[in-house]
Design a protein around this ligand. Structure first.
Ligand code: GDP
Ligand code: ZN
Length: 300
């Protein structure tokens, strides 16, 4: 019997699928009885040690290694970064959706990467300006990568950013998630539309998360939680903590607990007037604040 290390990619009622860290082969594993007794279950993203008899196809989970984080929606461990895919055109960019995504990711303390796909479609000056404005809005605080899957622009950069990491991937339907995954790893052989079904899994299916291995040493989790961009569980008065560009101005607000709305001597609003903070970001802040307030700060 040999012991090996793997990562949990999927979860069934009594078994889990793991992918071997070295060979990248998938293996179904049962849990040792001790886990049941301790009421512990590995989750997707967990690094585990498993044992397998020679020539056997299924193994046994022996140990779950310490997790460096756990997301609850979707439930997944050891996520290194959250990747959002958006477009400027076809579909049109929606700043509010981008900002809601960033708030969720910040709330979970994740690094964020924004991929702007379909830049090949931006032909006119006006369209180019839109791209520039988008990049200006976000690139001070986040990694923004303009990409074209069809023209193979910056695909290698995306690979570099995902290499050796577990990333979540989210984006509205039609932005090119499946196309991007296919071009990142042609061996995935995913039918376009097939994976997007999974990524945008409808309400009718009970959602489970699955980790995909891409052949350049990267793991990607589909994230139905991010596709559902209803933000909950944040007290509106703390929402400002998830708009990172506010930080540097906050110490200069007249009130220590300023939420940057109607208070006098608000340094954030002053920065807005001087265009140091983007209007679309501030508008998203107001919008999400009101939404949270109306929802009465219900938990997840
Ligand atoms: P998903 O719903 O996010 O998975 O999106 P798909 O991958 O199914 O892509 C939606 C449509 O956008 C398809 O018709 C793709 O061919 C197209 N598409 C994807 N990437 C690009 C790109 O970089 N440029 C252009 N022009 N079209 C793209
Ligand atoms: Zn303020």
């Amino acid at each position: 019997m040999i012991w090996r290390r793997g990562i949990v990619t999927r979860f069934h009622s009594n078994t889990v699928t793991i992918i071997d860290e070295k060979t990248k082969e998938y293996c179904e594993c049962v849990l040792r009885g001790k886990f049941k007794k301790q009421q512990i279950k590995p989750i997707v993203g967990d690094f585990v040690e498993y044992s397998i008899e020679e020539n056997d196809v299924s193994g046994k989970i022996e140990n779950i290694l310490p997790q460096h984080n756990v997301l609850f929606r979707p439930k997944i461990a050891n996520v290194d970064q959250a990747v959002l895919i958006t477009t400027i055109k076809n579909p049109d960019v929606d700043f509010l959706i981008v900002d809601k995504f960033l708030v969720q990711a910040e709330n979970q303390d994740l690094e964020c990467v924004i991929i702007v796909n379909k830049i090949d479609l931006l032909k006119t000056e006006e369209e180019q300006e839109k791209l520039e404005a988008f990049i200006n809005t976000y690139s001070n605080h986040y990694t923004v990568i303009p990409v074209s899957v069809t023209e193979n622009i910056n695909i290698n950069l995306v690979k570099e950013i995902m290499h050796g990491k577990i990333s979540t991937m989210a984006g509205m339907s039609g932005v090119g998630k499946s196309s991007l995954l296919n071009s990142l790893d042609e061996t995935l052989e995913l039918r376009i539309g097939n994976i997007s079904e999974k990524l945008n899994r409808g309400k009718h299916t009970t959602t489970y998360t699955e980790l995909l291995y891409l052949n350049f040493e990267a793991y990607i989790a589909d994230t139905p939680g991010f596709a559902n961009l209803e933000i909950r569980g944040i007290d509106p008065k703390f929402l400002k903590n998830f708009f990172v560009e506010f930080y540097e101005y906050e110490p200069y607000c007249g009130f220590a607990n300023c939420v940057h709305m109607n208070e006098p001597n608000c340094a954030v609003k002053e920065a807005l007037e001087y265009h140091e903070i983007s209007l679309s970001r501030y508008n998203s802040y107001l919008y999400i604040y009101k939404e949270l307030e109306e929802r009465g700060n219900k938990k997840w």
